[in-house]
Design a binder for this molecule. Structure first.
Ligand code: 3PG
Length: 306
């Protein structure tokens, strides 16, 4: 049984070693394709792989066509919008994610971005504090819950909206549950995005919504660039000189954001929310264990396609 790790953005070496142990202890073989620059390299590497561990690497119909022996793909992480689920099902390939395994890392980065943002990107000028500010968490999943936990330490007043999570679950975490996205943006000084990229959420963070924020509103995005309507955010930030946008996923219009709003806009050069040794170990080893359990016990827990 051959398991391929294909990661354009590699795991920490210690995580790869942990994955190797899991795979080899099960009597399987591990292959590694890291930092690849061409899709052709991936197409070649998947040819004889029975299982595939990926991160944000794209697995589309072409990759699945090339992977003649493939039975399972595990996205070591939460969002699986990079995998063509329909094509995987059509190819008889099981797709899983590893929910929750990297969520603390992403949540911690939210506060890294926020402190950097409210202290004017460390330019020496007086900024503001997070204590006492209203934080809105958009979607109360694994990352959102960790954000709430850390925000409590900062002394923030915490709000959340989640279309799929019952209000009492949100309230039980000491968080005010609001009735709508609109209410979250109207109420909060800072909104942190934790929604997946789906047909419903794509471009949903638009001018009308962000425009509801009070003076000095900050949007922090550690989710997906696709959920933001970039054209409309550019328009809004030109009209509202007080809005800040902090993101871990570089927008397509990055150059324009920098040129127009350099003092109110920041993007990490490469998505790094989940880029910690701990998150890599947690997600990578979970992926390896899920693959072993799939082959040895037929376990399909965390399967995300039909
Ligand atoms: C996720 O969906 O798990 C995060 O966005 C992390 O993605 P990454 O593995 O590409 O860093």
């Amino acid at each position: 049984m051959k398991v391929l790790i294909a990661t354009e953005k590699p795991f920490a070496a210690v995580a790869v070693e942990g994955i190797r142990k899991e795979i080899e202890n099960a009597g399987f073989e591990l292959a590694l394709l890291e930092k690849y620059t061409e899709k052709a390299q991936l197409l070649d590497a998947v040819k004889d792989a029975n299982a595939l561990i990926i991160r944000s690497d794209k697995v589309d119909a072409e990759v699945l066509d090339a992977a003649k022996e493939l039975k399972i793909v595990v996205r070591a992480g939460a969002g699986y919008d990079n995998v063509d689920l329909e094509a995987a099902t059509a190819h008889g390939v099981c797709v899983m994610n590893t929910p929750g395994q990297n969520s603390n890392a992403v949540a911690e980065l939210v506060f890294g971005l926020l402190v950097f943002g409210v202290r004017n990107f460390f330019n020496g000028k007086a900024g503001t504090e997070l204590k006492g500010k209203k934080l809105g968490i958009l979607a109360f999943g694994n990352v959102g819950r960790n954000v709430a936990r850390v925000a409590a330490g900062f002394g923030m007043d915490i709000y959340a909206y989640d279309a799929f999570c019952p209000k009492d679950v949100i309230e039980a975490a000491g968080v005010h549950a609001v009735d709508s996205q609109d209410a979250l943006f109207e109420t909060c000084d800072v909104v942190s995005l934790h929604i997946p990229a789906t047909p419903e959420t794509k471009k949903s963070i638009n001018k009308a919504l962000v425009g509801k924020m009070k003076k000095g509103g900050i949007v922090v995005n550690t989710a997906r660039k696709e959920v933001v309507n970039e054209e409309e955010l550019l328009e809004l930030m030109a009209e509202r000189q007080d809005i800040k946008y902090l993101t871990d996923i570089m927008p397509d219009a990055h150059e324009q954001f920098v040129a127009q709003f350099g003092d109110r806009y920041f993007s990490t050069p490469k998505k790094m929310g989940a880029q910690t040794a701990e998150a890599n170990i947690n997600a990578g080893i979970a992926a390896a264990k899920q693959i072993v359990a799939y082959f040895l016990e037929g376990c399909e827990r965390f399967r995300v396609n039909k």
